[in-house]
Design a protein around this ligand. Structure first.
Ligand code: BES
Ligand code: MN
Ligand code: ZN
Length: 505
């Protein structure tokens, strides 16, 4: 799908050749003298276009409009969430029409609104086809985003580019999240990463079982030992800044299928454990977006990936494994495998002397109990990092919620037979999991995102969401040093010139 940003007043929008024209109309819309404004004004007056968000009026072959279909859609006050809701209903209503091109007209576009609009078009028109050849793939090829004035389009361009990169990143994360475990093995994820490694400024290394064992990742390897699929440790680099700039490290949980191992899960709904690599998918998606945007940043992506299977060779409850950090771990429950693969990746992350490390994992059912499917769980001892991630989540409509990390929560992780146990009882399970990880992340600012509730949807709409690519991309782009504007240069110059006079006085 190709997005294009264009200056279009409503007169130009009416003349444009496009299959569908969607006009987003806020409650404060001021009709001008053109045809579309006239239609909107009349529809409002007659009560046919209610001003509440996502209320819609469709026109077919309207006089003076080139597009065969026009959808007038209300956006209420025009908040990002309302824009998303409006675009989702509008594009959703076109399923039977299968447009090849679509024009989305907005009165104005703040960053948040533009992100909401582009992501909603992409999400609503996404069709999974990889293992379903009978599914009708989306034919939507061209999406024009129209803004009324040239200065609006000019100002919106950087945000528009960011939005398009996010759409590409989310699409990759969704696609690989959705593929079943036999079509998304650790080796296949490694291939995706290697393909990303061919893009400008991206590099990829893939380690196999021999190298992983040699590094001493005994905890990660213990999870993989019950599976016939060989484990992989994927290392991605995006080098957009000077070598001296400390990187941000993203660590994604890549369990391509989680049966629970010997502590096996119940049969009902177990298919959804193919989504247990959505953390990994979000790291791949974020790299796709970085490759497209080429920001001035250094980022490292680490993905430990394997299956968690029951087998004659599988890890058993009570087994003690030695992690790369040297800490021994008593595995009381083989279904708490995510933390066992992540802890070694967190130790590996130290070598990059990172400015921050963020791990992303479908880690606990307890997090779903706490936060449902709306917000991801966020854990961090660093207020600065936590606040930045919270803000990024709000901006990207990909929200998270911070949970505590008091040391008292780690009580249950005590073991008589190892330095630490891998589970600490049912209560507060999302927090004890985070406390376990924290033991391996002492050498840098660290945050943990538990995406067990946000990475995919169940039921009729079963499918990966591509979250939290939006959050991660917003956070990372927030780290890019802003270019100094002409206005700022002038004020600094004036300030410098004034200084001697001030000291003389
Ligand atoms: N991948 C699961 C977490 C999960 C469960 C995510 C359900 C989404 C929905 C994880 O590996 C797991 O099994 N966690 C256990 C931990 C427990 C044994 C301490 C859980 O949450 O039940
Ligand atoms: Mn598990
Ligand atoms: Zn798992």
């Amino acid at each position: 799908m190709n997005f294009e940003l264009k200056t279009l007043d409503l007169t130009a929008a009416a003349a444009l050749k496009t299959d569908v024209l969607i006009v987003l109309v806020s409650a404060t819309f001021k009709p001008a003298r053109d045809t579309l404004s006239g239609l909107i004004g009349q529809a409002r007056k007659s009560g046919d276009l209610d001003a509440s968000p996502a209320k819609m009026l469709s026109l077919w072959r309207a006089d003076g409009v080139n597009a065969a279909r026009v959808l007038l859609v209300s956006t209420g006050e025009g908040h990002a969430r309302q824009i998303r809701q409006a675009v989702t209903s509008a594009v959703g209503s076109l399923k039977s029409v299968s447009p090849k091109s679509l024009t989305l007209w907005m009165e104005d576009a703040t960053q948040h609104r533009m992100h909401a609009a582009t992501q909603a078009v992409a999400d609503t028109s996404y069709v999974y086809t990889a293992t379903k050849p009978t599914a009708k793939a989306s034919v939507l090829k061209r999406v024009v985003l129209g803004l009324p004035t040239a200065s609006q389009t000019k100002n919106a361009k950087p945000d528009f580019d960011h939005a398009c990169a996010q759409v590409a990143g989310v699409a990759l994360a969704k696609e690989w999240g959705n593929r079943p475990a036999n079509h998304a093995t650790p080796s296949m994820l490694a291939k995706v990463a290697q393909a990303l490694g061919k893009k400008p400024r991206v590099r990829c290394e893939v380690l196999g079982p021999g190298e992983i064992l040699k590094l001493g990742m005994g905890s990660f390897a213990a999870v993989a030992q019950g599976s016939r699929e060989p484990m992989r440790f994927i290392v991605l680099h995006y080098n957009g800044a000077a070598k001296s700039e400390a990187p941000t490290v993203l660590v994604g949980k890549g369990i391509t299928f989680d049966t629970g191992g010997i502590s096996i899960k119940p049969a009902a709904g177990m298919d959804e454990m193919k989504f247990d690599m959505c953390g990994a998918a979000s790291v791949l998606g974020t790299f796709e977006a970085l490759a497209q945007l080429q920001p001035t940043l250094n980022v490292v992506g680490l993905i430990p990936t394997c299956e968690n299977m029951p087998d004659g060779l599988a890890l058993k409850p009570g087994d003690v494994v030695t992690s790369m950090s040297g800490q021994t771990i008593e595995v009381l429950n083989t279904d708490a495998e995510g933390r066992l693969i992540l802890c070694d990746a967190l130790t590996y992350a130290k070598r990059f002397k990172p400015r921050a490390v963020i791990d992303i994992a479908t880690l606990t059912g307890a997090c779903v109990v706490s936060l449902g499917h709306v917000r991801s769980g966020l854990f961090s001892a660093s207020d600065e990092l936590a606040h930045a991630l919270e803000a990024a989540g709000e901006a990207a409509l990909d929200p998270c919620w911070r949970l505590p990390l008091d040391d008292d929560y780690a009580e249950g992780l005590k073991s008589n037979f190892a330095d630490v146990a891998n589970v600490g009882g049912r209560d507060g399970g999302a927090i004890t999991a985070a406390k376990f990880l924290q033991r391996f992340a002492k050498d840098y600012p660290w945050a943990h995102l538990d995406i067990a509730g946000s990475a995919w949807k169940s039921g009729a709409a079963k499918g990966a969401t591509g979250r939290p690519v939006g959050l991660l991309l917003h956070y990372l782009l927030g780290l890019v040093p802003k270019p100094v504007t002409q206005a700022q240069v002038k004020t600094t110059q004036t300030a410098t010139r004034r200084r001697p006079a001030a000291s003389a006085a």
